[in-house]
Design a protein around this ligand. Structure first.
Ligand SMILES: [Zn+2]
Length: 266
């Protein structure tokens, strides 16, 4: 719900539309019931998007087309490395894999793309610069953890690939997300460039709300934290006030209506 406060607050304060995207690129892990719960939570809080929910699984063609473009540019290769390949390399080398490629040298092995093998995109060298509207100018190398896996060996498209393709086709000019994704940004900026995006969108990486235990609230398990608070009798205004205070947007918790959230950002 901190994410909703930032997304709607920043969008409405700057005259932007909110695009609601259901990121179900991972067929093994996506659960329609969690999507429904999150949409219901947003409605209960008083947040309405300007689009119908756009579901990635409704149309895979844009991802195929983007991969084709990269393939024509000679940047796509099959990779049979697994997590254990990376772990074994790290054990032997005393440090995690970094830089271009992958520990198995798969690009030069020319394995051929096929079922059961992952697909990577060569990101190239050099750093990327982008502007974070909260954290200021950023600079990072895109291939710090190797080349980007765009499709896993089960055939699932990966999160960083899908969102870059989606941000381009939905003409997103401001990405608002948690600061746990700050590390993913350089490779996404690079990927956008390789796909022909002229300049990166603006980013705003916001602080994360944590459960009382300190654990990160996870969208993927359908836990927005709202259910729990609702069941304890809190109103939507109470919940938004708590969330805004917890991330430092309010000095202390007080009831906050969804319509008043943009005022926190002007
Ligand atoms: Zn490999």
């Amino acid at each position: 719900m901190a994410n909703a406060v930032y997304v709607w607050g920043l969008a409405r304060a700057t005259g932007r539309r909110v695009v609601l995207r259901i990121e179900d690129h991972d067929r093994q892990r996506s659960r329609a019931v969690f999507d429904a719960a999150l949409l219901e939570d947003l409605a209960w809080l008083g947040f309405a998007a300007d689009t119908k929910p756009i579901r990635q699984s409704d149309d895979w063609a844009p991802y195929d087309a983007a991969l084709d473009r990269l393939r024509v540019a000679g940047l796509v290769y099959a990779c049979d490395c697994t997590r254990s390949t990376f772990a074994a390399w790290a054990r032997e080398s005393g440090r995690a894999w970094s830089g271009g490629g992958c520990p198995g040298g798969c690009r030069s092995r020319k394995l051929g793309e096929r079922a059961g093998v992952g697909t990577r995109v060569a990101l190239g060298d050099g750093a990327e610069d982008w502007d974070d509207q909260r954290l200021g100018p950023q600079r990072e190398v895109p291939n710090r953890e190797g080349d980007l896996l765009v499709r896993d060996r089960h055939g699932n498209w990966t999160y960083p690939f899908c969102v870059v393709v989606d941000d381009m086709r939905h003409e997103i000019d401001l990405v608002v997300r948690g600061e746990d994704l700050l590390d993913a940004t350089a490779r996404q900026v690079r990927l956008g460039r390789l796909l022909g995006r002229e300049g990166p969108p603006a980013f705003y990486h916001h602080p994360l709300l944590r459960k009382p235990s300190g654990a990160k609230l996870s969208k993927s398990d359908g836990d927005s934290g709202v259910r729990d608070l609702r069941s304890r009798g809190l109103t939507a205004e109470d919940v938004l006030g708590e969330a805004a205070a917890a991330v430092g947007l309010l000095e202390g918790p007080r009831p906050l209506a969804a319509a008043d959230v943009p005022k926190l950002f002007v």
